[in-house]
Design a protein around this ligand. Structure first.
Ligand code: HPA
Length: 274
């Protein structure tokens, strides 16, 4: 398995042709129901996944399938609207391919968003959480196999979500009076939601939120030295913490409700990176 130079290069070449003279410095990965930011990109070039070799068509409601490149708050960006989840059957190297392609295009900073279930008792649907760290419970890793060209064999993971970027995000939130919590994201394979017993386990091992994405991308990005910043929208209380059963419709609805605040946070961070 593993991913060769060929796969990264051919995808990067296709994207590069679409970019023209634009040199994105920041990539933004949009999670469930958070597609709004792609519409705010100025002078946007849209690249459907079907035009990018190795990028599958996304199959989840709330996820589009395109890269949108242009400028957002004065910064050249590429926005990934629609991601590849392991639970769809994609191997981890496919989940991580966009991050590796962004790196090949010169992107140094990866901003990721996701929807997650809240585990910390004070979290409510609509809480925004800055990801301080993660726990990989997917038991999969995009780095397994031959070392991809440019990757470290044993990348350091002691600062997965960049301390400097998190400091900026906290300052932006404070100035804009947007409540922002900070905590640990547990990444599970899914696609079934957790059982109440699993959520109690996650609570005990130090997770504040649980979701089904982000971890493969961050691992691949760190193996190439990209700085990562992650935000979770807490769309629901994790299983067993409320009387309500979980539904994807609720996840999308809450994601959309706090999308504006999350967008303001991301744009505030971009302004600091100008
Ligand atoms: N569990 C896992 N993933 C999720 C959840 C959840 O409760 N909510 C949104 N994504």
């Amino acid at each position: 398995m593993g991913v060769g130079r060929g796969a990264i290069e051919s995808a990067a070449n296709a994207v590069s042709r679409g970019l023209g003279s634009l040199k994105p410095r920041v990539a933004i990965v949009l999670g469930s129901g958070l597609g709004f930011l792609a519409d705010e990109v100025g002078r946007a070039t849209r690249m459907p996944y079907k035009d990018i070799p190795g990028f599958p068509e996304p199959g989840v409601a709330g996820h589009k399938g395109e890269l949108v490149a242009g400028t957002l708050d004065g910064v050249a960006v590429v926005v990934q609207s629609g991601r590849f989840h392991l639970y769809e059957g994609h191997p981890p190297e496919v989940a991580a391919l966009p991050a590796r392609v962004f790196h090949a295009l010169g992107v140094a900073t990866l901003i990721l968003t996701n929807a997650a279930g809240g585990i910390r008792p004070t979290f409510r649907p609509g809480t925004l959480m800055l990801i301080a760290d993660h726990i990989n419970l997917m038991w999969k890793n995009p780095l397994i196999g031959p070392v991809a060209p440019g990757d470290a064999r044993f990348p350091d993971m002691s600062d997965p979500y960049d301390g400097g970027l998190r400091k900026i995000a906290r300052a932006v939130a404070r100035d804009a009076r947007i409540p922002l919590e900070e905590g640990v994201y547990a990444g599970l394979l899914g696609p079934s939601y957790e059982t109440p017993a699993e959520v109690r386990m996650l609570q005990r091992i130090g997770a504040d939120a649980v979701g089904m994405s982000t971890v493969p991308e961050v691992i691949a990005a760190r193996a190439r030295g990209m700085r990562c910043l992650g935000f979770s929208t807490i769309t629901n209380l994790a299983a067993g913490l409320s009387a309500q059963p979980l539904s994807h419709a609720e996840v999308l609805e809450v994601g959309t409700r706090v999308a504006g605040q999350l967008g303001s946070l991301i744009k505030g961070v971009l302004r600091e990176l100008r």
